[in-house]
Design a protein around this ligand. Structure first.
Ligand code: IPE
Ligand code: IPE
Ligand code: MG
Length: 237
């Protein structure tokens, strides 16, 4: 793989844990646990390849609609993940950012997320964005609110509200737009993920379920990205 064709920002909708559990006649929680295993390899590889940003959809604002048992299992797994992985991520110079509303999280989980961000904020390697209690529309509404507050205080004028200004109020402020979006399990929708940032992303929908998404699958997606013709509305001579 040549570095010139690598995406700067990869976003992943990690979907299919439930179906994987069903396929293996296991409880759903075990599907999510297996999903975490898949995650480790993808993060490490992204870091090794020198990808700038990796955004992972871990829990949407809509996922609260699931059964209390499943939500509890996911919250437990989240806490476990941040406790067990933080040392290694920090050692690998990974900077963690949480995309989403941390204040809407249970106290222990919230504390773990805040502490992971704090601990890794000086790191200069892979930007690892983990979307938790995240919704793309909520993110845009929040950005609009922040700009409106500045306008009311007289800090900015309406004409200062540009695409860049809006982008600077998003959770991903300062990071490049998404180049490659991967959603596993064959579903072909965004499910409210990074609506603004994906404006010109290339989309890939591998049919494998997330727990089966391995390095081989990741390399296939990265290679396919390299051969996409990105025009951004223009025309090549
Ligand atoms: C994705 O897997 C993980 C989360 C939403 C947390 P799913 O749990 O949505 O898996 P399926 O879609 O039921 O197979
Ligand atoms: C999107 O998957 C959210 C995550 C992967 C965290 P869902 O499984 O929740 O999305 P829908 O319901 O199929 O759109
Ligand atoms: Mg799903």
């Amino acid at each position: 793989m040549t570095k010139t064709t690598l995406p700067r920002h990869v976003a992943v909708i990690m979907d299919g844990n439930g179906r994987w559990a069903k396929q293996h006649k296991l409880q759903i929680a075990l599907g999510h646990r297996q999903g975490v295993e898949a995650l480790r390899a993808i993060i490490r590889e992204s870091s090794d390849l020198g990808i700038e940003a990796l955004s992972l959809y871990a829990f949407s604002t809509e996922n609260w609609r699931r059964s209390p048992q499943e939500v509890e299992a996911l919250m437990g797994l989240l806490l476990e993940y941040f406790t067990s992985e933080i040392d290694e991520l920090d050692e690998n110079n990974v900077r963690i950012r949480i995309l989403g509303d941390k204040d809407g999280m249970p106290p222990k989980q919230r504390a773990a997320l805040v502490s992971a961000e704090e601990r890794t904020k000086g790191n200069t390697g892979l930007n690892l964005n983990i979307a938790i209690n995240y919704g793309g529309r909520a993110e845009l509404a929040r950005a609009a609110r922040a700009l409106a507050e500045k306008a009311v205080k007289g800090e900015i004028r309406p004409e200062d509200i540009t695409e860049d200004a809006l982008s600077r109020e998003l959770y991903t402020a300062g990071q490049p737009d998404v180049d490659l979006l991967i959603r596993t399990s064959g579903e072909m929708r965004l499910s409210n993920f990074l609506l603004f940032q994906c404006a010109y992303a290339e989309f890939m929908f591998p049919s494998v379920l997330w727990p089966d998404f391995d390095l081989n699958e990741y390399h296939k997606a990265l290679e396919a990205f390299g051969s996409r013709d990105r025009r951004f509305g223009g025309r090549k001579a």
